[in-house]
Design a protein around this ligand. Structure first.
Ligand code: SF4
Ligand code: SF4
Length: 437
């Protein structure tokens, strides 16, 4: 069967990102496949463990995509510290047409646009897709999922996840999709105290989630338990509207937020200090004025590290982004841009970024503890990808087996969902619950 159809039928999304359906990235015109193993967020070790345990599968997944698109070259990109742990050096040929590319230990290197430039020297035009620069970009776990469907004929039913932060021992574990975080934490003896929060994702860009309601989805890469009183978490509770109001009066226009913005350093016309200066009402009167807000990758450098006045340009930009999204407006450049000549010297060392976030003391290499598949209940949501939610293909009371389609892809950009355990289903509006009884 055609790889594109196989990837769609297997329900594969970009692992760890926004959940873009992976099949939809397969397009003609690519010159190079860039595989992201940068694992840019502090405290996450999912991709490192996955490469350590399943490198052959990842390489076979990459080969399947290279062959399908007749692309002559793939770069498997990891940060320097990961390369050292894997004992592989820059330029090592891992397989036919696949080379290891070592990236510097800086933040944010996992940002698609920054990584593509670092690995290939190509700058994607602002607001355009990587394919416009001849690049297709995937995560290493996505490539393992391609291998699983191509070689083992297995759809996406499991997830590799780091459990870390303020826990006794950080681990990486493989679990069925839809596993309840509560059940997983009970199994691992992890507790989230009153003075802590749980993040889905890394400390810089992860989201605070409810440990009693959350489940493992196709984009869950890590679950971090962290104290509420560190900068990484405090910034997540900022009031956007208040930040906008405060920014206007407190900003001294030092431009440090712009000087350190990684997208700005690539030559993107994103200048957070100007966004902060923009009058609060201007965005409503003239959204075009702040259109470049859509170029922000949300890394948080301007907010947590750059600003000496305690202002959050990121919060201001998020307000603008929300308004622009409502208006369905985004910045799309016709012309290319060139990186700033000082970019290399203004990148933030990973070590420093960890200290700024207040998470350095929690950074211990996670240990792989294998697969846990003894859960009796999973919850499979219809909306684990960008695009239209899936449509149930079973009815309450049906018995299903692992790997079976339980929700079909909708019209347009969409994906199916599969049972991740054997059991009996209950169909709800937003999800299907499977109980092993
Ligand atoms: S969060 Fe701030 S520093 Fe990061 S890309 Fe956006 S504007 Fe630039
Ligand atoms: S770093 Fe802070 S004070 Fe300086 S321009 Fe940016 S928002 Fe204003």
């Amino acid at each position: 069967m055609d790889l594109k159809i196989k990837m769609k039928e297997a329900g594969i999304v970009g692992a760890g990102g926004a959940g873009f359906p992976s099949f939809a990235k397969l397009a003609d015109g690519a010159e190079v496949l860039v595989i992201n193993g940068a694992e840019c967020e502090p405290l996450l070790y999912t991709d490192y463990i996955l490469l350590k345990k399943e490198m052959d599968g990842v390489l076979l997944g990459i080969k399947a995509v290279l062959d399908y698109l007749s692309v002559g070259k793939a770069l498997l990109c990891v940060k320097d510290h990961t390369a050292k742990k894997l004992n592989i050096s820059d330029g090592t040929v891992l397989a036919d047409k696949i080379t290891l590319k070592v990236l510097p230990d800086v933040y944010p290197m996992g940002d698609e646009i920054s990584l593509i430039y670092q690995a290939t020297g190509k700058v994607v035009k602002p607001g355009n897709l990587p394919i416009s620069a001849g690049v297709i970009f995937y995560n290493v776990e996505t490539m393992l999922n391609v291998y699983n469907v191509v070689v083992k004929d297995e759809p996406l039913t499991e997830k590799w996840v780091t459990i870390g932060g303020e826990v006794s021992k950080p681990v990486v574990v493989k679990v069925p999709l839809g596993t309840r975080v509560e059940d997983l934490f009970k199994e691992l003896n992890v507790r989230v105290r009153e003075d802590q929060v749980l993040l889905d994702g890394g400390p810089s860009m992860g989201k605070v989630i409810d440990p009693e309601k959350a489940v493992i989805t196709k984009t869950t890469k890590g679950l971090l338990v962290l104290p509420k009183n560190i900068p990484a978490i405090e910034s997540k509770f900022l009031d956007g509207a208040k930040s906008v109001a405060r920014a206007e009066t407190a900003c001294c226009q030092c431009t440090r937020c712009t000087d350190l913005c990684p997208r700005g350093l690539l030559g993107y016309p994103l200048e957070p200090h100007k966004m902060v200066r923009t009058a609060k009402n201007a965005v409503k009167l003239s959204p075009e004025m702040v259109l470049s807000a859509t170029l922000c990758c949300g890394c948080g450098i301007c907010e947590t590290l750059a600003c000496c006045q305690g202002i959050s340009p990121k919060a201001v930009i998020n307000e603008y982004k929300a308004l622009l999204a409502k208006e369905k407006m985004r910045f799309v450049a016709k012309d290319g841009v060139s990186p700033h000549k000082e970019r290399e010297y203004r990148m933030i060392p990973s070590d420093r970024w960890q200290s700024v976030l207040g998470v350095k003391k929690y950074d211990k290499i996670a240990e792989y503890i294998g697969e846990i598949n003894t859960f009796n209940t999973v919850e499979i949501g219809y909306r684990q990808h960008i695009g239209a939610p899936s449509v149930p293909a079973v009815k309450t009371g049906d018995r299903v087996v692992k790997g079976q389609i339980i929700a079909n892809a909708n019209e347009g950009l969409s994906l199916p969902q599969h049972a991740s355990i054997n059991g009996v289903v209950t169909v709800y509006d937003s999800k299907i619950v499977i109980q092993n009884k």
